[in-house]
Design a protein around this ligand. Structure first.
Ligand code: ADP
Ligand code: ZN
Ligand code: ZN
Length: 737
């Protein structure tokens, strides 16, 4: 008798193990397919990892798989291997990793192919029909009118909801009368427009593109280090064109889709191919559709944020990670992966090139280019007629300011308005003022749930916490001493917007920050208005710094560059430099030269020397020397164990215990060179009512570090103490908060 096969199955539960199930005939499975399995009292959707004939458990105790959900694997072998590696590397339960990588309906067991959304189309009869003949059927009349006004006389169900709650019945009546026909929504098709005429690549772009093209068909990682406006996107487009010609697909990762409507537009217009977009702003079914287009091979290009790195592709040809230094590629909760690092690993398995593009590469990436792991490609000059902006420092110790704006900056903005050019004012703090203060007793408004000050929001006359979302109306007088007038200290984007409005009453000022962009589509609209030349001044946070191409912006003002110069986070200076170079890169991108004015209290800080010279390499060299001396990444590997609890001492107490365990494990496994620090309170200890602490573990080499982590986590998980606090492990943390 032939033994019943046994499948090892990853199930979405927080356990770092797989589970064995029987696969009784006539069922059959392959690695990467989904199955439904009994799990305790529940039935869960799991993924088959492997098939064998034995188990650590007695076969009699194994339960059979209840249902096989897929014929073909939803995770092709190389993607599955990448995800298994990621689960090991980030020490996260494989079942949860795989669930994260799937569209929501598939996690619940839906079939891989989404049901196509229905489309309603007007028939010839419907077009010619005299609507008055519908009499009092008002909803039918309105639907017909809407269809007549719609592009190609077609409507999706979601476009009909607002007509009436009973639109369904009315539409069915119209279908009955043959005025409307039901059609299946089309698969994403190639751009309707002919490709726009491509620019002629300059010598540096051509060289970069040719080097990458020569590597198609095999693994190679590239760092495309091109200054802002040097034409990196043109290089991507050239490479993607060739990949499509070869019948393959390109996966392009970008930091935040909402910020890159232009990039999507450029890809759609220039490529004679189907481009699908994947990001968190889509509905669940839209995401599923896009995932399926990629998976089935219908989409030639997949453009998406972090989690798009998990998209299965029928014929992968190239991976591109744009703005690879961007910290949004690191997932900050749950499965804390880095999408760039996953893209590198996956590209290697797939045997295809991967391009990391940036004007300000992460220091890790620069180091990997220097040691030959990545091949470096440089675009050292701006494309076309554009030149780099001039950067000037404004010494806040010596110039008077008016609500945060210094006189030279005000004068420069005035000049731009007179010349009909645009200015961009950058400030990484939303709200009106970061401190509400009583000058009588020195009281200031603090969040009751966090170790943080409350930010004053003027329009709503509210105090808000930017860390936990706490809101309260602002007190009319000091709650401590009763003094009648409280003052706003410091400035946020709202206050800068207000003072610019007073200074330049005729000017159109647009503000862009998380407060103004909460509504869907608002950011896109604002950016559109900027492009149409409607805005004179743009005020905003780092949302403005990323990737936009504003040809008429010739002045960038940085209100305060000093946060980050003296921060507790060792990466703060790197992130600040990247941000300023990026925001400065918005100035003078066309034929008009640009100026960047940076207000600072510390003009003599050595940091600014490299910044004024646009010398990112120089900055990187100095910073890397410091990191080497301090044994910081990239010269060592960091892992952070975080814990939090509503009890003040519990988090630190747990970490003390965890440290003991770690020391025992390093001894037992004789792992040399793994350093276990003392637990410390987080830089902001209390947040949203919970006390937080962290424990840093570092090592010069990965192997002993991961050996220690594996046994350490097992011990922690099996200890009852681990259930008293909330804790998580962060491998390669991007910030130490
Ligand atoms: P990056 O991605 O490096 O910031 P882009 O690819 O967006 O740069 O290019 C910046 C601007 O320069 C765009 O408006 C683009 O159309 C233009 N550009 C790029 N390459 C060329 C070229 N070879 N000739 C003329 N203009 C170019
Ligand atoms: Zn007071
Ligand atoms: Zn708070």
């Amino acid at each position: 008798m032939i033994a019943t096969p046994i499948a090892r199955i990853a199930v979405p539960v927080p356990r770092r193990q797989t589970f064995d199930f029987l696969v009784p005939a006539p069922l059959s499975v392959r690695p990467g397919v989904r199955v439904r399995v009994p799990f305790g009292a529940r039935r869960l959707v799991g993924v088959v990892i492997g098939i064998g004939t034995d188990s650590e458990l007695p076969v009699a105790r194994l339960k059979p798989v209840a249902e096989v959900l897929d014929l073909q694997p939803v995770f092709p072998p190389k993607l599955l291997a990448t995800l298994r590696w990621a689960a090991d590397y980030y020490h996260h339960p494989l079942g949860e990793v795989l669930a994260t990588a799937l569209p929501v309906p598939l996690r619940r067991g839906s079939q891989v192919e989404p049901r196509r959304a229905q489309t309603y189309c007007l028939t010839e009869a419907g077009l010619a029909f005299d609507t008055t003949a519908l009499g009092r059927a008002a909803v039918q009349q309105r639907l017909l009118a809407l269809l007549r006004a719609a592009p190609w006389h077609r409507l999706q169900p979601e476009q009909c909801h607002h007509v009436s709650p009973s639109w369904h019945r009315a539409m069915a009546a119209l279908v009955e009368k043959r005025l409307v026909a039901i059609d299946q929504a089309p698969v994403p098709s190639a751009a309707a427009m002919p490709p726009a005429s491509p620019v002629t690549l300059n010598a540096a772009q051509r060289a970069a593109a040719q080097t990458i093209l020569a590597s198609l068909g095999g693994y190679q990682s590239f760092l495309l280090h091109g200054i802002t406006g040097s034409g990196k996107t043109e290089v991507y487009l050239r490479v993607v064109e060739s990949v499509i010609e070869r019948g393959q697909q390109a996966l392009v990762l970008v930091p935040e889709i909402a910020l890159t409507p232009q990039l999507i537009e450029r890809f759609r217009q220039r490529l004679d191919a189907a481009v699908v977009v994947l990001h968190s702003g889509l509905s669940v079914s839209q995401r599923h559709q896009a995932w399926w287009s990629a998976c089935s091979g219908a989409a030639a290009v997949v453009l998406g944020t972090r989690s798009a790195v998990f998209t299965p592709l029928q014929h992968p040809g190239v991976f591109i990670v744009d703005e690879e230094h961007d910290t949004s590629y690191k997932q900050q909760d749950g499965f804390r992966y880095h999408a760039r690092d996953l893209a590198l690993y996956r590209a290697k398995l797939e045997g295809i090139p991967v391009i990391l593009g940036s004007a300000t590469p992460a220091l890790e990436t620069l180091t990997n280019a220097a040691n030959g792991r990545h091949r470096g490609l440089a675009l050292p000059a701006r494309a076309g007629a554009a030149s780099l902006p001039r950067i000037h420092l404004l010494d806040l110790r010596r110039t008077a300011t008016d609500d945060g704006l210094s006189m030279p900056l005000i004068a420069a903005i005035r000049q731009r308005i007179e010349r009909n050019e645009q200015s961009l004012v950058f400030l990484n703090r939303r709200g009106y003022a970061p401190v509400l203060y009583c000058c009588q007793c020195h009281w200031h408004a603090r969040c009751p749930r966090c170790d943080a000050k409350l930010t004053y929001h003027k329009r709503q006359h509210q105090l808000r916490c930017h860390h936990c979302g706490h809101q309260a109306s602002a007190p009319p007088s000091c709650p401590h001493c009763g003094h009648g007038s409280l003052i706003n200290l410091g400035e946020g984007t709202q206050r800068i917007e207000e003072s610019l409005g007073t200074l330049f009453p005729q000017a159109t000022i647009l503000r862009v920050d998380r407060d103004t962009t909460r509504r869907k589509g608002h950011l896109e609209k604002t950016l559109q208005r900027v492009h149409e030349g409607e805005a004179d001044i743009l005020v905003g946070t780092q949302l403005l710094a990323k990737g936009h191409d504003f040809p008429n912006v010739t002045l960038v003002g940085v209100i305060n560059a000093d946060q980050g110069l003296y921060s507790v986070d060792f990466r703060a200076a790197e992130h600040l430099f990247q941000q300023i170079i990026q925001v400065a890169g918005r100035a003078g991108r066309a034929d008009k030269p640009g100026d960047v004015l940076i207000q600072t209290w510390y003009p003599a800080h050595p940091y600014f020397e490299s910044l004024l010279a646009h010398d990112y390499a120089g900055f990187a060299e100095i910073t890397l020397t410091e990191r080497r001396e301090a044994h910081y990444p990239p010269y060592s590997y960091f892992v952070l164990l975080r814990a939090e609890s509503s009890q003040k001492r519990a988090a630190i107490g747990f970490l003390d215990f965890a440290r003991e365990q770690a020391l025992q494990v390093t001894q037992q496994t004789r792992s040399k060179g793994v350093l276990i620090m003392d637990p410390v309170p987080a830089p902001m200890e209390k947040r949203a009512g919970r006390f937080r602490a962290q424990l840093l573990v570092s090592a010069a080499h990965r192997r002993p570090l991961h050996r220690v982590l594996t046994s350490w986590l097992q011990r922690l998980e099996h200890s009852p103490r681990s259930r008293k606090v909330r804790w998580s492990l962060d491998v390669d943390p991007v910030d130490l908060y």
